[in-house]
Design a protein around this ligand. Structure first.
Ligand code: AMP
Length: 134
């Protein structure tokens, strides 16, 4: 069955910091760009390598993934691998994380994938801090 086209792109919110970066109105340390995505250093890196990969088209989080054209969805994941390779962290290992919504502690509401590595990462980045054992 043919796939339904994604809904028309919504207007980006004027106050979105990542839209401002895409538009060149806010600074970033860019590492990769194509027609669909942009990748740049996280302003507060929490690993030796900590990049963010974002779609140029604004959607708030992974919850809205279906609003993006399928080409952009594919480009996002490909860019995660590509920037990891460019940073030399492909073989030793890297992690790709996206926080979606309040429980996941998302703080910037423009879909982004964190690409982290370059050093040994904590084993569990999945849940809240471990509950102390009695
Ligand atoms: P999250 O908590 O998953 O929404 O992550 C948002 C990330 O965006 C955080 O790691 C911030 O350090 C990062 N961040 C916020 N503003 C900027 C900015 N202007 N340039 C680069 N990274 C940013």
């Amino acid at each position: 069955m043919a796939q339904a086209p994604p809904p028309a792109a919504k207007e980006a919110p004027v106050d979105c910091i990542f839209c401002r970066i895409v538009a060149g109105k806010a600074p970033s340390k860019k590492v990769y760009e194509d027609q669909y995505v942009l990748a740049f250093w996280d302003i507060r890196p929490r690993a030796k390598v900590h990049l963010l990969v974002i779609p140029k088209q604004h959607v708030a989080s992974l919850k809205e993934l279906d609003e993006l054209p399928v080409e952009t969805r594919a480009a996002l994941l490909s860019a995660c691998v590509r920037v990891a390779k460019d940073q030399g962290i492909l073989d030793k290992g890297f992690r790709v994380i996206t926080n979606a919504g309040k429980d996941a502690s998302q703080s910037v509401f423009h879909l982004h994938f964190h690409v982290v590595g370059g050093e040994q990462l904590r084993e569990d980045a999945i849940t809240k801090d471990p509950t102390p054992q009695p």
